[in-house]
Design a protein around this ligand. Sequence first.
Ligand code: NCD
Length: 649
Amino acid sequence: MRSLISIADLTNDEIEEIFLLADAAQKLRAEQPARGQIMATLFYEPSTRTRFSFESAMQRLGGSVISCSDMRSSSAVKGETLADTAKVVSAYADVLAVRHNWDGAVQAMVEHADVPVINAGDGGHEHPSQTLCDLYTLRKEKGGLKGLTVVVCGDLKNGRTIHSLVFALARFGANVVTLAANGMELPQYVIERLEREYDYALAPVAADDLNAVVTETDALYLMPKQPHQLALFTQVDQVIQARLNTLASGLRYDAFYMTRKQKERMKEGTTEGSYPTIGPEFLRQQHFKDTVVMHPLPRVDELSPELDKDRRGIYFKQAAYGVPVRMALLKFLFDRRGAKPTSASPRSRAYESPEELGPQCRNLNCVTLKEPASARKRFEVLFAGEIGTLILACAYCDHRFKVEFIGHVASKRYCAYDQAFAETTRGWLQNHQLAIFDSIKAAEEMGYEPFKSGPQRALMNEAEIKNALSAMSEQILRECRDPDRLLILGVRSAGSQLAQRIALEIETRRGRKVELGEIEIYGSGDELRRVAPAEPDAAPLTLKNREVILVDDVVHTGRTVKSALSIIFRSGRPQSVRLAVLVDRGHREVPVKPNYVGKNIPSSDQDRVRVKLRGVEQEERDQVVIYSIMTPVASSHLSIGGDEKTAVP
Ligand code: NCD
C-alpha cells in the first residue's frame, strides 16, 4: 500500500508515470477504474481547488466520495484524535485525502490508517499533489523540466506548495530563484535538504533583473553546486565581493511561481509589510516575454487582473489540470495497493528515544507537540550537518535542530554533544545505546549522571575577556566605512551575548546606538532576529547595504560561520560581512578567516574550549576554559577513572 505524504515519496520515474496517466485522463474516464471505490476527504482547513478537484477526479474514475466539508462539524471538536479518526474512516473508505493545519498531521494519520492516505496540505510543510499539478503544467507549457529557471516568489517560509515544489524542481534538474518577501525566506530545513540531498548551492541574482516585481528584497539563485564554490569562503569580506562580482545576471526566466501571504500561519502583528506583486511593469519587460506566471491560488492581490488576459498568465489552466493529475494519482495509488512503501529519499536512520524524556521537535506547529497521542516521536539522525554537530530531522514535519546533550543508555552517563563524539555516537546509535536530551534537567530526571573529563584549565579570565572585547570593538569602529550602517549579529547563544557587549562598547565610544541582532542556526523560530527583548513593534532586521559584523565565541572548524553566512546571504545583501571571534582555535575544515580575534588558542580536536559567560550560564563568571574530553575508546568502554576529575558541565 502506498500513500503520498511528501513529494519525496515518489521517484522521478513514478512522477513521469503519473503524467502519462494524466495525459490519458479521457481514457481513464471511459475505463472507470475506481468503480465501487470510495474516497473520504477530510479537510480540517478551508479549500476549494484541492478538495473539489480530488472529488471530481474520484467521480470521473467511477468512484464515489464521502466528505465532511468542515471538519469542525466532525468528532474532531469532541476531541477525537487524528489517530482514531484515521482508524475509523479507514473502515468506511478506500483512500483518504487529508488537509490539516498542523505540520506532519497527515504523516501521523498514515501511521494509523489501513488505506492509502494523500496529503492535501499539512500546515506549512508540504502539498505534494499540488506540486504534481505544478510540474505537469510546467511540462505542458515548456516541454520539459530540466534546465528551466523558475522564480518562486512571495511567502516562501509558510507556503507549503513552495516546499514540495522546490524539492521536485531540484530533482528534475531545474534551477530555482527565490524571491521572498522580507522575513519570509525559505526555511533552513528546506535549504539544508537542497544542499545535502540535491547538492544545490545559492548565488545572488542581479537586483535589476527582478525590479519589476520587487525592490526591497534580494533574489537568490539555487543551482547545482559548482566544484569551486567552497573556495569562496577564504575571506569573509571577499566572499561578498566575489559573489557580487559573479552575480547571476541576464538569466532566462521560464516561470514565475507566485504565492499569497499565508496570514493564517503568521503571528499576529507580523502580517504587514511590502509584498511582491506581478503587474503591468512585469508584462512590459522584454526579458519576461516568455515567462509564464503560475499561482496555486487563491490569490489575494499579488497578481494584477491584466495578467488574466495575457497568454503568460496560466494559473487557471494550472488549476484545471488538478483533475486529470489527481485522477492519475488515484489510479497510480490504487494500482499499488499491495506494494511496499518506497521513497525517493529514504529516511535511513529513524531514531526513537529509548528514554521517556527524549528530544522534542522544536517546531511548535508540529503534530508531535500538538497531539503526542497520535505521533510516535521519530527523527532522522544527521551526522555530517553543515556545522559538524549532530542534527535531528523530525520524521513528521522535517524541521531540523541541533542535539544538545547525548547519553549512553547502559551506563546512564550524559554530556554535551561535541564533534569529537561523532564516531562514538554513531556506535551508540547502531547498538541502540544512544539517548538524546534537550536539557541537563531531562537527562538527570532520567537518572543520568555527567561523564567525566580531564582537568579544566582557565585560559582567559574576566578582565582579559573584557580587554579583548574592548580592543575588538575599537578596531571594528576604526575599520568600518560608515558606523551608521553597522549591524552587529551574534550567533546564538554565547556569540549573541558577546555581540551585545561589543555593541555596548561601540555605543559608548560613539555616543550613539548601534543595531544588534542574532542568528540562530537550527532553531525553532526566525533565524535572523533582533535580540530579545526587542521592541515589540520593531521592523524585521534588514541586511541590505549593511556592514555586518558576525560575532561568535569560538571558531574551530569554521562550519558554524559557514552556516551563519548562508543565512545572511539568503536574507539580504549586505555591503560586507566581517567576522569577530573571542577565541580562534586555529584548525579549520572550511577556510574562514576571522577579521577580529580576541585570543588565538591552538587546540586539538580532543580539547574542548568553552567560553563561559555570566548571562548565558547561571552562577558563572566570564572565563574561557580548556579541558580534554573522553576519547571514543574510553567512552565506549566506559572505564571512567584515572585522573579524570571534573564533570563536563
Ligand atoms: C494552496 C494551499 O492550500 O496550500 N492552495 C491550493 O491548494 N491550491 C495555496 C494557498 O492556500 O495559498
